[in-house]
Design a protein around this ligand. Structure first.
Ligand SMILES: [Fe+2]
Ligand SMILES: [Fe+2]
Length: 366
């Protein structure tokens, strides 16, 4: 048995938050759709130990065959094709633990934000729902930690994700917490879970992502239904402030994939697997023209354009003012081919949210 201590080196205890707690003396339902969602969440509870098969080893062949999904077909380079099966496995294992560790840390952030929402949201239905989400997130932390333990080791959190979780936890404004967590972080999570779930044939990982994804679809629905109800009650200044908060949160994600720290950590983990990363990058550069095809204009691309922006628009938080700012940043990162050459075109290309997010996540919709 490990030694028990109140304080340990793995804790990071100093984040100050400005949250205010709201009592609600009306115990009746004021936001009926949230009451329904709460009942749905109660019915959908599951138990990781009982409902998932943890017994067997991880299917290494299936996991090694899971595409990296880093936005560039690095697996088609001649350098990659020259690697031994063992090296490919080592690399895929590290890459998976890198991604799953960030899912895991994000889940811890979600667990703490959901618990804060129980205190801070002003409606009883919303407090009830946040209580079920808190339980869901604890389970998500549990399953990702357990899977990573079987696979490899927990890697540190990406700095941009940490920054986003910090600002969502620290804000005193509960609507900002909803926007930061339910719309931006969970929008990113839904998109990433869907991608990984549909790419992988590793049975336990696929099962975990199916269970977790269904819960996340509900968490996102909570954000949409609640924020959509509240936005029309805000003053113009409050709405602008909320739009700006969403913008900063989403930009943290867009920037994150290109951040020097993130790439350095990723390449470091590849080098540990025995890869000559300089040669891999040089080879990818040499063969770039054969490997990349021009993206189709307006194609769904990435979590922000593909999911966060449709959600913000649905909630009434994508005014012309902030859309112009989004277009500027995305154009710089992805190019006009992907996001349109004008704000009007950009707005036209933003897809609608899927009618059924859970079905979309499970690949049952386009
Ligand atoms: Fe979660
Ligand atoms: Fe969640």
């Amino acid at each position: 048995m490990s030694q028990f201590d109140i304080n340990s080196a793995t804790q990071e205890p100093d984040l100050a938050t400005a949250m205010k707690v709201v009592y609600q003396w009306n115990y009746g339902s004021e936001v009926e759709e949230l009451r329904h969602l709460y009942v749905k969440a109660l019915e959908a509870q599951w138990i990781a130990e009982r409902d998932l098969d943890w017994e067997g080893p991880i299917d290494q062949i299936a996991l090694a065959a899971t595409p990296l999904g880093i936005g560039f077909p690095v697996e088609q380079t001649s350098y990659w094709r020259s690697l031994s099966a063992d090296t490919v496995w080592e690399l895929k294992k590290r890459m998976a633990s890198f991604r799953l560790s960030n899912f895991l840390h994000g889940e811890q952030g979600a667990l703490m934000v959901a618990a804060q929402l129980v205190n801070a949201v002003p409606h009883t239905d919303a407090k009830f729902y946040a209580a079920t989400q808190t339980m869901d997130e604890a389970r998500h932390v549990e399953v990702f930690a357990r899977y990573i333990q079987k696979l490899d080791m927990v890697r540190p959190i990406a700095p941009n994700l940490k920054g986003l979780l910090d600002s969502t936890l620290a804000t005193g404004d509960w609507i900002k917490k909803l926007v930061g967590m339910q719309i931006v972080v969970e929008g990113l999570a839904l998109y990433s879970f869907r991608e990984m779930r549909n790419f992988t044939e590793e049975p336990l990982l696929k099962e975990i992502l199916t269970y977790v994804g269904r819960d996340e679809a509900r968490h996102h629905a909570y954000g949409v239904q609640y924020v959509e109800r509240c936005v029309p009650c805000l003053s113009a200044a409050e709405r602008e402030e909320l739009e700006d908060f969403a913008f900063d949160a989403a930009v943290a994600i867009i920037g994150g994939r290109n951040q020097a720290g993130f790439m350095a950590a990723l390449l470091q983990s590849w080098a540990e697997a025995g890869i000559d990363t300089a040669e891999l990058l040089a080879c990818a550069q040499r063969e770039r023209d054969q490997l990349t095809r021009a993206p189709r204009p307006g194609r769904r691309r990435g979590p922000v354009s593909g999911f966060v922006l449709p959600t913000l628009r649905r909630c009434g938080l994508l005014s012309q003012r902030v859309a112009g700012r989004f277009h500027g940043v995305l154009q710089e990162n992805l190019g006009s081919q992907v996001v349109g050459s004008s704000v009007e075109e950009f707005m036209q290309w933003i897809p609608d949210l899927p009618e059924d997010t859970a079905a979309w996540l499970l690949g049952e919709l386009e």
